[in-house]
Ligand binder design. Sequence first.
Ligand code: IFM
Length: 438
Amino acid sequence: MHAFTLKNCELGVATAATQIEGGHARTNWHRWAEEPGRIKDGSSPARACDHWNRVPEDVALLTDLNVQHYRMGLEWARVEPSPGEFDSAAIDHYRDELGRLIDAGIKPLVTLHHFNNPTWFEDAAGFLNPDGTKVFQQYTQRMVSALGDLVNEWITINEPNIYATHAYYFGVWPPGIRSLKTLTHVYTNLAAAHIDAYRLIHELQPDARVGVAQHLRVFRPRIAWHPGHWASAQTMEWLFQRVITKAMCKGRFLAPLSQPAGIRPGIYYDFHGINYYSRSTVSRLDDGVGADVPINDLGWEIYPQGLIEVANWLHEAHPGPLYVTENGTANSDDGFRSRFIHEHLAEIAASDLPIERYYHWSFMDNWEWLEGESARFGLIRVNYETQERTMRDSGRFFSEIAAQRGVTEEMYQRYVAHQIYSRNTPPNPGPSRITTPG
Ligand code: IFM
């Protein structure tokens, strides 16, 4: 299907504070990036896109993209630079940004936690500390009170599974801990933090819509008929996404988590945020890429049907409105991004699921955690040296889609028909770890 209409799904783009703002906020990531060898290209979030100083210019670019929605994050370390002390200038800065978005007709969706801890919180053991949830509540309370007249859609926590596994099991993200036991504690505390924040936000703002942005994947056995591979795929799906979504959506903590005191089963979501990028091919408790499949610059499989596969199981398990809060691809020469966008949106157009929003990741190139400035996810290209922004072809494609809520045959021919993906060359290179990024 080349041409399609998006009947019920509105379009937006997404970013996260640490990845675009620049400056010397005292976060876990700024500190981690200072340690030699941690970040692939030695870059740091202190440069990023200098968005903090370029809000008017960037809002104008959002207008050029014709988007109705913008998902943005708050830098907790900026608004609460030391425990309990809030910086009114930083809060006013976000108020100004939100006001500009609203004036431009763009509805904000705000993320409270996107892998970014103030160093004082991290040094007090962050979400590993059971009291960390209370500290997160104070921050949430302050933000919702300060911004609630401008925002009523909130994401409490972004990708709890990616954050917890990378920071506390693989040890490649700050604070660099490698322990399965610790991982289960952090998972439990993150879910509890979300549930407490969900309740608190609704007390403060009865009309709020609150959810989590879950990183979801398709797990398939490397050899379909192999019982070991099949069991591995099931186990990975359980550990990586089913347990955490159940805990956060319903307050039910199944093994290997344990039910925290004070958390009762209930309904703790108004929508589901789905961050979908790729499919994993597994033969053990690992993550790999199938042979001869389309891949992006980071080697992740491009598997558009997977977006609907994950949306389907999530909606079956926990019915509710669905927002695709992230979907996009690393593609530095923009040679296949329009095809990627077309194929994923075509899946949404053909689906009966209540997918109300699609936020492309990302609005512009940004600081991609361990990959630094090397992975390019943006509809807008950023020259980090000069901070010049240039709309990519895929950005023009996306803006046309957003303007008419669909794709015509003529647009397909102009933007997509000539684009091809690279493929993962056989023989299969074997398992790699679950990564965002690699
Ligand atoms: O850049 C990240 C984002 O911070 C979380 N989701 C995946 C993106 C691409 O790796």
